[in-house]
Design a protein around this ligand. Structure first.
Ligand code: GLA
Length: 395
């Protein structure tokens, strides 16, 4: 990964214009899975992995983007390209890395941001792709901040997060919630961010200094662009609609209790009932976990992570054998308070809360155990909770 100064120099070499550089991080979710689009609670943290976008404005109406990761260059007339790509994606075209950038330009254009003159961009990221660590939110938010910065367009950060989510929903076609884009905007050093996904009010929760967030990548690829993620959302909507019939004030599962589910759950197909039970219990776990963190009760926090994993695996059925093995191995390790599948599910990474002085032994045991059990080399990242999106000003 290049430094921002190197990326800026590369941009200048390619385009002959100086660039502004913006960064936006990926995230790991400590607890609160599939609750965000149910107006519920989540507790993610921004991570040390990010996307950098170097940007300069053009005058010829073109969008020229070079991706360092893919060694590819996109060069199109901006306005017709956005419209064409929107139509192609609706017609079932496969997603391409540049769609996240195009989607953000498409939504910003709708909101009056002057994009028609075009941009040159140089993009590079180190968020592992398809690992459930929100590489897509990182590129969306970095792009939005870059375009807003380059055009000096004033948009509140909360609105920026909402538009990035809308780009992913409406342009890319992944029906995701607000968590990833929000924490990519509002992340803070050494803090997790408890988000109320209905009001978008958030609380910064300090991560105790004697633990580390250890992320184990199962290397089983995960994608939220379509597929199982959207199926789960549809199941949740089906269950919510049944509860709403009986108690109209239930607008989202955030408003429902386990008693509601006990009373009317028999009207749901069994799988829908279990999906709803996961979400309702998960919301309670997030609130309890924040409380545990605030009281320095790491054992309680870890126990809630464990319960969250079991619920995600059995009720939400979003885990896979490789991830379950990672959790099982972690649970046996001294110094590991809790482990669970993080992100959208169906592969990707586990998040582990590990005592700082035991991290080395933990990572070694995880590598060996996972290799023995699956034949796969897992990747392990020890990440500090990091700052949200920002411009990088040259020294
Ligand atoms: C993905 C989505 C988020 C959230 C999680 C599951 O990361 O982008 O909005 O729904 O899955 O918690």
């Amino acid at each position: 990964m290049h430094t921002p100064a190197e990326l800026s120099a590369q941009h200048f070499d390619s385009f002959g214009t100086p660039a502004l550089v913006f960064a936006a991080p990926g995230r790991v979710n400590l607890i609160g899975e599939h609750t965000d689009y149910c107006d519920g609670f989540v507790l993610p943290a921004a991570i040390d992995f990010k996307t950098l976008v170097a940007i300069s404005q053009r005058t010829d109406g073109r969008l020229v983007v070079q991706s360092v990761n893919y060694s590819e260059r996109l060069d199109e007339v901006l306005d017709p390209f956005l419209d064409r790509r929107f139509r192609d994606l609706r017609a079932g075209a496969e997603t391409h890395w540049a769609d996240y950038i195009a989607g953000v330009l498409w939504i910003l254009r709708q909101h009056g941001v002057p994009v028609a003159d075009g941009f040159s961009m140089t993009v590079e990221g180190d968020v592992p792709l398809g690992a459930g660590l929100s590489s897509s939110a990182a590129i969306e938010v970095a792009t939005a901040c870059a375009v807003l910065g380059a055009t000096s367009f004033d948009l509140p950060l909360e609105k920026t997060a909402q538009l990035c989510r809308a780009a992913e929903n409406q342009f890319v076609g992944a029906n995701v919630g607000i968590m990833d884009q929000f924490v990519s905007c509002f992340g803070a050093l050494d803090h997790a961010v408890m988000i109320d996904c209905r009001s978008l009010q958030y609380t910064l929760v300090p991560i105790p200094s004697d633990v580390r967030i250890v992320i184990c990548n199962s290397m089983v690829k995960h994608s939220v662009a379509g597929g199982e993620y959207n199926t789960r959302r549809a199941e949740i909507e089906q269950g919510t609609a049944i509860l709403h019939l009986h108690r109209p004030e239930i607008r989202a599962l955030r408003d429902a209790t386990l008693e509601d589910l006990d009373r009317w759950g028999s009207e749901m197909p069994a799988n829908v009932f279990r999906r709803c039970r996961h979400v309702i219990t998960e919301d309670n776990r997030v609130l309890a976990a924040v409380n545990a963190f605030q009281h320095g009760d790491l054992s309680r926090f870890g126990q809630l992570m464990h319960e969250a994993h079991v619920s995600f695996r059995d009720d939400f059925e979003a885990s896979c054998p490789e991830i379950d093995l990672l959790v099982e191995l972690a649970d046996k390790e001294p110094g590991c308070f809790g482990a669970r599948l993080t992100g959208g599910g169906f592969g990707g990474c586990t998040v582990n809360l590990v005592a700082a002085e035991q991290v080395e032994g933990f990572t070694q045991a995880m590598r060996t155990g996972y290799k023995q059990g699956t034949g796969i080399d897992c990747e392990i990242y020890i990440s500090r909770a990091s700052a949200g999106a920002h411009q990088i000003v040259p020294e």
